[in-house]
Design a protein around this ligand. Structure first.
Ligand code: ADP
Length: 545
């Protein structure tokens, strides 16, 4: 009778509108700045963002969008897209951010697979939509992000509406519907390098918990003092959760639009006072090159969260020379995306500089909320000795438990862990290091060669722009590494010079069997090197017979 069960604390669902309303109430004047398609800057604040998101939610509701519906977006990083990030899930519907860089047939596939009802799109993607319109019959209307008249040529799409006209006369207040915090909120497909893309479905709860986690000081360390600029697109793991994390803490927010080149990004960094940025290394290379060539400083920039592929040592050092700390983060669409982050703790901070530097180039430690295990071929768990590598499995409240509509089958093992497809090890300090993606692993004479480690060393050479190491078939060793390089503009390099450079930096049996200087790297839809293409094309390169 007197048994105590529940605490006497108020219960309120962890939903996305709570983030928006918090920012609007407590940080109303904090700015949100967007680079428009014509290159100009648009600015407003959280108060107006919230008003417009509420208007958009009212408009979508009038159009018939309701709990459980899926609304697709084909858009760059700007305020319209940010408003969709709140308006759509606020109704209990799902914001499906479509990656426009996927192949057209994949875009058709995911729109149909996710049963999108409405498509919100930038002018830039009208032609794309026109080409595929006959193959996406489920779309009831196309909402162009802008006002009527923003598109000069009349579009061949049926049922076209204009966002600004739609929201113009809607009230800027709303009673956000109440629903379970586990309701689906966002949908993002993996890039589908092998087979069809698979849908990762975030929930309100996972999004709010992930926002709380990324904001912590040992993680992204976001605060109301920050000016945050995600360069990762809103369609790539929801810009790494930053549109939600920024509202939670009330940070100034910069949406860099579609022009993600060195000059444009650096201008925003310097003039808007960006303190924190995030994105894949290829983007930051352009910013660095521009800053170095023009001898420009990086303004108030303090830290860059770099992930998606390994942070090159040379990039870390070049940013450091400009007073900016490049922090490595590891994750995937399926992990919302924060899985690990490479920041010190008391023990690691006391290591000597060389060891500390090496330590921080690992993919990093686990934040509260993520559990990880490294599993060996025989099913046993690897020791945390910083050497024994195996398959990486993860578990936690912002980690997928499967894909939309059951694609891929049951993903979790008997302990509830999700297979990441990455291979790595964990050391005595709890730092995980990726040695490879399992599909990129090179197994030579039964031993693993880490393509990531060789690439890191190669990109340290002054002539190298990008490097990729892939496996080629070998009749004695099964597989041997071959190295592909693209050069910086005007740079010259030949195979022998690279071999000499690598000589004392890697063990002898890691030396690539061939080195090819190519004009262009094949890239994926998320700005990474498409190693699979190289591997397929060059599989018989060493043994043509
Ligand atoms: P895609 O499949 O398009 O690459 P994701 O962004 O989900 O989409 O990719 C996740 C993968 O990217 C991870 O499984 C891992 O292989 C790689 N990755 C992410 N961050 C890092 C990092 N810091 N270092 C090395 N690899 C990384």
């Amino acid at each position: 009778m007197n048994q105590i069960n529940y605490g006497l604390m108020q219960d309120s669902a962890l939903t996305i509108p709570t983030l928006l309303e918090h920012a609007a109430t407590n940080h109303p004047d904090t700015e949100v700045v967007a680079r428009m398609l014509d290159g100009s800057l648009f600015r407003y604040n959280y108060k107006v963002l919230a008003e417009r998101a509420r208007k958009a939610a009212n408009a979508l509701s009038t159009l018939g969008v309701k709990y459980g519906d899926v609304v697709g977006t084909l858009a760059w990083n700007h305020h319209w897209h940010m408003e969709c990030f709140y308006a759509i899930p606020g109704l209990g519907a799902v914001c499906h951010t479509i990656n426009p860089r996927l192949f057209e047939e994949q875009i058709v596939y995911i729109i149909n697979h996710a049963k999108n009802k409405i498509l919100m799109l930038d002018q830039d993607f009208i032609e794309l939509a026109e080409r595929i319109v006959d193959q996406i019959p489920g779309i009831e209307c196309f909402v162009i992000l802008g006002a009527e008249g923003c598109v000069t040529a009349p579009t061949g799409l049926p049922n076209v509406l204009y966002y600004e006209d739609l929201i113009k006369n809607e009230p800027d207040t709303i009673q956000w519907p109440e629903f379970d915090e586990r309701t689906a909120s966002g949908l993002c497909y993996t890039s589908g390098t092998t087979g069809n893309p698979k849908g990762v479905l975030y929930s309100h709860r996972s999004t709010v918990l992930h926002s709380l986690a990324i904001a912590q000081p040992d993680n992204l360390s976001l605060s109301a003092h920050d000016c945050v600029m995600p360069v990762a697109p809103l369609y790539h793991a929801q810009s790494w959760g930053l549109p939600y994390g920024a509202c939670m803490v009330g940070a100034k927010f910069i949406l860099p639009g579609r022009q993600l080149d060195g000059p444009n990004l650096l201008e925003l960094i310097r003039h808007e006072g960006v303190t924190t940025g995030c994105g894949v290394p290829t983007i930051w290379t352009m910013v660095l090159e521009h800053a170095e060539n023009k001898n420009l400083d990086l303004g108030e920039l303090q830290r860059l969260l770099i992930g998606g592929t390994a942070l090159p040592t040379s990039m870390r050092d070049r940013f450091r020379a400009k007073g900016v700390s490049a922090v490595q983060i590891w994750g995937m669409t399926e992990t919302s995306p924060m899985g690990t982050i490479s920041r010190t703790n008391r023990e690691v901070a006391q290591l000597d500089t060389e060891m500390l530097d090496r330590q921080l180039l690992k993919q990093g430690r686990l934040p509260y909320g993520v559990k990880m295990k490294i599993v060996l071929a025989d099913g046993s768990r690897a020791k945390h000795d910083g050497e024994t590598a195996g398959d990486i499995w993860v578990k936690g409240p912002w980690i997928a438990n499967g894909y939309l509509h059951g694609d891929g089958g049951d993903m979790l093992d008997s302990e509830g862990y999700f297979p990441t497809g990455d291979v790595g090890h964990i050391d005595q300090y709890g730092f995980m290091k990726i040695t490879d993606r399992s599909k990129d692993v090179i197994k030579s004479g039964g031993e693993w060669i880490s393509s990531i480690d060789i690439e890191d060393i190669v990109t340290g050479h002054e002539a190298v722009s990008m490097a990729a190491v892939v496996a080629a078939y070998h009749n004695k060793w099964d597989e041997r590494p071959i190295l592909f390089i693209t050069l910086k503009e005007g740079a010259v390099l030949d195979k022998t010079t690279m071999q000499d450079y690598l000589q004392d930096k890697i063990v002898k049996w890691w030396m690539p069997d061939d080195i090819l200087i190519i004009d262009e790297m094949p890239m994926t839809a998320t700005g990474k090197i498409r190693k699979l293409t190289l591997r397929e094309q060059y599989w018989h390169h060493l043994m043509p017979e």
